[in-house]
Structures are given as structure tokens and as C-alpha cells.
Design a protein around this ligand. Structure first.
Ligand SMILES: Cc1cc2nc3c(=O)[nH]c(=O)nc-3n(C[C@H](O)[C@H](O)[C@H](O)COP(=O)(O)OP(=O)(O)OC[C@H]3O[C@@H](n4cnc5c(N)ncnc54)[C@H](O)[C@@H]3O)c2cc1C
Length: 472
């Protein structure tokens, strides 16, 4: 059998590809390495952004794709692939409207202008009530009738490991099935939708130039699509655009490690009472800097992408809980249990030694912070919110690790979503969507809210609705 469309991966981008090509009459084969659909959305926040949606109109929010593009260029400082981003934002509203019409459950009061990343100028940022899983629920409901009528055939536990390439054109895939069987499937359009490489430590470090510290990504994000596309002559873009988040607390320091907590370092949600020092024991940012992008870029300059949040007992008792979803008591229990990356000691010197920080430098950083408060002088880092000095024993430190859950580097691609060679020529028969395009192309050197999930869904929809062609 020669399939009209073969989709490799049933996540945010592969599902819409399959759904919309099936609706247009294609015979679709969807090969999925895991035992379920939805991919990274099963673990992702799933925040989407789209301008000109029906929800915005109903709420009287005037917004356009041009303004969305303008915001992305501003936030990313013009480091995105403008053509791809234009294609994404121009078609994002139709994608979001489709999800809403199909029953997407949005958080009450959304859209908002920001939260996790640098804010947009308009309210165009939408979250599902059950994070990414709210999107998965809709996608599963949308593909079910296509599977039921035989337009889409899904094979689970089936991992594509090779492409069939004839006369420079991609015309099939070789997949390893559940029982060890190796099958070749031939098709007119091969769509790589197998997600990123953020669960593959070797590929992550090779492409991003930093180790994979956190085990935050979907375990099947092994980067297979990159290897497959490169075997057909594809090239990669965005190596210089790596950015980590502003840190999580890891379960241990053997990498990649699971995250066990996240400090609320967003001054708009919780003003900082603590100071942050790097591995040299030195402060590196005004902790109340209102720009999340500025904080993330400051962390990018720090050795090992890590820092320690320092505070004393008076701050611990007076300030709101530092970690999301935790109470004072539950945080205290982590220090009592000597949990990895939580440190407490009776003197600053002992704390620094325990945390592996240079004792003298920590003492100097804390003294400079305290002295400026006492003298009513300007903070050495320019911070203005300084509710209390760090003086009362015991002293505390929580180690934060910058890491990422998505892939920066992406496949070279044109606006028809055909994978290209280094000279820009398209590889016949081969398309790519989703995280395989890399955050570097869609968000540039900064994080732009919703600009991974939304383009993944949108480009999948566009492939299915109009960009793929087949004939029998
Ligand atoms: C923790 C986390 C939070 C995130 N938060 C956001 C957010 O708030 N906003 C945002 O825009 N983006 C966010 N993202 C990113 C976004 O969710 C992903 O980029 C997007 O879902 C990727 O879609 P995809 O279709 O490319 O890949 P996926 O959804 O990962 O789907 C790929 C599928 O391919 C399968 N597969 C892999 N290899 C093979 C193979 N060889 N053969 C067959 N099948 C294969 C996988 O099992 C998977 O089901 C987040 C990601 C994570 C991990």
C-alpha cells in the first residue's frame, strides 16, 4: 500500500496533520513510538498564544496577528525566523478557534498578557484548565471519528528509525514495531512530527552546548526526527539561541534530574526578600528586576547555569512561601530532611561551606547588601525592594538550576513546511512540524509565550488542510 500521508509522531503537530488530511480525503498512517497520543502536551503547561480569536472578540480585545508578530520581534530582539513566525501568527487564531469550538476548556478569566514569560502587549495568552492535557483531550476527540471510519490508521509502540529515500526523494519509512518486527511503509508525503530532543542528554548537549540538567521533557523526545531528516540531507538552524529557564530545584545533582520544586522569582507575583548568588558567591542581578527575559539572560552568563537563593530565619518567617505550591512548614521539612539542594546552617560561613560556595565571597555579598540597607544607600545591584537585611541565624540557601524542557535547534525548513537542504532546496516528499523546528526559529533567543505549542498545532493543521498533496 502507498499511503497518502505518513505522520511520524502523534503529538501536538502530528495529530492535527492527521486529522485535517483525513478530512480532506487522505489515507493516513500515524506511527507513534509510545502507547498513547498527545506527546509532550501530556506533560507540558500547554500555554497558547493567538491574536484575533473569537474569545478575544467576545471580550472586546482588539488584537491582530501583526501586533502579535511585533511583540515577538520585540521580545526576541529580532532573532526569530520572521517568515515562519509570520505564518504561525497569521494562522494561530483559526487554530485556537478550532480548539475552542471543539470543547477546549480554558482557564476562567483568560486570555492574559503574560505569566511565565515576558508579557505581550495584548491579552492573547491562553491556558487550559488541565494544562497541556486540556489540548490532548480535544485532539483525541477530534481524531477518534477519523480512526473509526478508517481514514487514519494508528500504530502504537512503533518507532520510525529510517527513511526510504529513492532518487533524492523521501518515499517511505522503516519502523520498529512492538513485537520486534521491522516494517517498511511507503507514502507520498512523509511528515516528521516526532518532537524535540530535550529528553536525549547526548543530543541536547551536542546541539545546545550545555548539559541537560533537568529531566523535564516528554521521555519520547529523543530527537529521532533530527537524525531521520539529516539522513536525507537536512540541515539545522539555531545553535546560537539557547536559553534556559530561570531555574528549578532538582532532586539531586546527577543529571538529568527531576525537578522537585520551583521558586517564585516573579516580582509581579511575589517580591523578593532573598538575594541570589552564583557559584562564585556573587550576586548577578537585581532580584526585583521586573523582566523575566533579563533575569533569564543574566543566568545564561553564570557558570553551570546555577545560583543559590540566600535568606535568613527572620525572612523565612516573615516572607510569603518561596516555593510554588508549598507552605512554610513543608519548606522547613525539606531543610530538616537535608533534602538535596536545601541547605541550612547556624552561620553564614557554615552555610556557604555546606552549599559548596566560597565562604569569603558569600560573606562579602551579604555584608554589602546589608550595609547598603542600614546606610540607606543604593543597593550594589540596583535593587529597590529590600524589606530586611540577612542577619538572623539560622541561614538558608536553596540551589536553583537553569535548564530547559524544549529544543532550541531546529530543522531548516521553508514556509511550505518542506524540509530543506543547506542550499535551501526542498527535499522531495519530506515535511516537518512541531518542536523539530526548534525554539530558535520560533522564539529566537528569548521565550515568547505559547510559541512552541501554538505553531505546532497550527502548522500541523495547515499541512493537513492545504499544504500536503496526494493523488491516486
Ligand atoms: C514541561 C513542558 C512545558 C511546556 N510548556 C509549553 C507552553 O506552555 N507553551 C508552549 O507553547 N510550549 C510548551 N512546551 C513545548 C510544547 O509543548 C512542545 O514543543 C510541543 O508539544 C511539541 O509538539 P510536537 O508535535 O513537535 O512533539 P510532541 O508533542 O512531543 O509529539 C511527538 C510524538 O512523537 C512520538 N515519537 C517520537 N519519536 C518517534 C519515532 N521515532 N517514531 C514514532 N513516533 C515518535 C512521541 O512519542 C510523541 O508522541 C512545553 C514542553 C514541555 C516538555
Amino acid at each position: 500500500m502507498n499511503w497518502d500521508v505518513i505522520v511520524v509522531g502523534g503529538g501536538a503537530s502530528g495529530l492535527p496533520t492527521a486529522i485535517f488530511s483525513a478530512r480532506r480525503g487522505a489515507k493516513v498512517l500515524l506511527l507513534e513510538a509510545s502507547d498513547t497520543l498527545g506527546g509532550s502536551l501530556n506533560v507540558a503547561q500547554g500555554q497558547l498564544s493567538a491574536a484575533g480569536t473569537k474569545v478575544q472578540k467576545a471580550k472586546g480585545i482588539a488584537d491582530t496577528p501583526a501586533e502579535h508578530l511585533e511583540d515577538i520581534l520585540r521580545i526576541s530582539k529580532n532573532t526569530v525566523d520572521r517568515d515562519l513566525v509570520t505564518l504561525a501568527v497569521n494562522n494561530a487564531a483559526e487554530t485556537f478557534d478550532w480548539l475552542m469550538d471543539a470543547g477546549f476548556e480554558m482557564v476562567d478569566g483568560h486570555p492574559v498578557n503574560g505569566r511565565a514569560h515576558e508579557p505581550y502587549s495584548k491579552l492573547r495568552y491562553y491556558w487550559g484548565v488541565d494544562y497541556g492535557r486540556s489540548i490532548v483531550k480535544v485532539l483525541k476527540a477530534q481524531i477518534a471519528p477519523e480512526i473509526a471510519r478508517g481514514a487514519v490508521t494508528v500504530k502504537f509502540h512503533t518507532r520510525v528509525k529510517d527513511l526510504v529515500i529513492e532518487d533524492g526523494a523521501v518515499c517511505g519509512v522503516v519502523a520498529h514495531g512492538p513485537d520486534g518486527a521491522v516494517d517498511t511503509f511507503r507514502g507520498q508525503n512523509i511528515v516528521l512530527a516526532s518532537g524535540g530532543y530535550a529528553a536525549n542528554p547526548q543530543m541536547f548537549e551536542a546541539l545546545n552546548g550545555v548539559p541537560l540538567f533537568g529531566a523535564l521533557a516528554y521521555p519520547y523526545s529523543q530527537g529521532d526526527g533530527y537524525t531521520l531528516a539529516r539522513s536525507a540531507g537536512a540541515h539545522l538552524r539555531g545553535h546560537d539561541k539557547y536559553l534556559s529557564n530561570f531555574g528549578v530545584v532538582l532532586a539531586g545533582n546527577t543529571y538529568p534530574a527531576k525537578s522537585v520544586g520551583r521558586a517564585n522569582t516573579y516580582p509581579e507575583q511575589r517580591m523578593p526578600w532573598e538575594i541570589y548568588v552564583n557559584s562564585a558567591g556573587v550576586r548577578f542581578i537585581a532580584e526585583d528586576n521586573p523582566s523575566v527575559d533579563a533575569r533569564e539572560h543574566a543566568l545564561l552568563e553564570q557558570p553551570g547555569l546555577r545560583y543559590w537563593i540566600l535568606f535568613d530565619d527572620a525572612i523565612f518567617r516573615a516572607a510569603p512561601p518561596l516555593l510554588y505550591d508549598e507552605t512554610q512548614a513543608s519548606i522547613a521539612a525539606k531543610f530538616d530532611a537535608k533534602q538535596a539542594n536545601f541547605f541550612r546552617a547556624d552561620t553564614l560561613a557554615a552555610l556557604a561551606a555546606q552549599a559548596g560556595l566560597p565562604v569569603a565571597a558569600v560573606a562579602e555579598s551579604v555584608a554589602a547588601y546589608n550595609d547598603a540597607i542600614r546606610a540607606g544607600a543604593a543597593d550594589p545591584m540596583g535593587r529597590t525592594y529590600r524589606p530586611a537585611p540577612i542577619v538572623t541565624a539560622p541561614f538558608y540557601a536553596i540551589r536553583q538550576q537553569g535548564t530547559s524542557s524544549t529544543s532550541t535547534v531546529g530543522l531548516g525548513i521553508n514556509t511550505e513546511l518542506k524540509v530543506t537542504r543547506p542550499d535551501g532546496s526542498p527535499i522531495r516528499g519530506l515535511y516537518a512540524v512541531g518542536e523539530l523546528l526548534g525554539s530558535g526559529q520560533l522564539m529566537g533567543s528569548s521565550f515568547c509565550g505559547g510559541m512552541m505549542g501554538t505553531p505546532a498545532l497550527t502548522f500541523g493543521r495547515l499541512l493537513g488542510q492545504s499544504l500536503l498533496h496526494w493523488g491516486r
